[in-house]
Design a protein around this ligand. Sequence first.
Ligand code: SF4
Ligand code: SF4
Length: 242
Amino acid sequence: MMTQNSMPIGSYRPIGRHEPFSFACHRGVACFTCCCHELELSLTPYDILRIRQGTGLSSTEVLARYVIIEQEVGDSFPQMYLTMVDDGAASCVFLGSEGCSIYRHRPGACRMYPLGRAAIASGDGLEEQFVLLHEPHCLGLMEPQLTSAHTYMQSQELAPYKSFNDRLAQITQHDRVKQGLQLSESQRQAFILALYDLDTFRAALLAGTITDAAGDRAVLAHDDEALLECGLRWIADLLFAS
Ligand code: SF4
Ligand code: SF4
């Protein structure tokens, strides 16, 4: 199983950013798509933005159809998980006969596999750590092609995922959170709205029922990434400005 922005569960070892390892994944491997089942696949705000683009659905529809929202007792923030299908194999909802039906917009965790990346608050910034997951079913690890975490992340076009996930980590790992911040129900709803239900957030911004002094409404009306940046800024102000 894999989780986004956390270390994978299972047998794994720490690996340096430029340390070589053998891996290749392609349609020719005998295990093709076998890693798209029985996942506890945590979704970040940027994952949901991309799923929304990949499916053509609104963020509200994506949340309703494909996302389970959970919050453990004691956790400050809710977590979003991708739904699996009740087909006897717990297949990912986006797994089709030809592979991933939203491949161009697949979540960051799917792109990272078999690597895990953690961004840990350190001083004024975030420190990156990587692990390499070893699961017996993944035959890609037997392929002769050498890569590294650095090269692999580039090949998987992970830069925007990493950038937005690190911005999210600055909220979820804020000092006030480490000191035990608990959100009120209205703050919890605002967190989900601004980061995960972007179409509803956009409508509220354009209608003026939510205001963000730094946001340019003309840009926010059509630019999804600017909208998510606005959501991150707005929720950080809401939770930590006072
Ligand atoms: S989103 Fe695509 S790549 Fe990720 S688990 Fe589902 S089918 Fe597999
Ligand atoms: S198990 Fe490994 S090699 Fe097989 S499809 Fe998944 S990532 Fe690729």
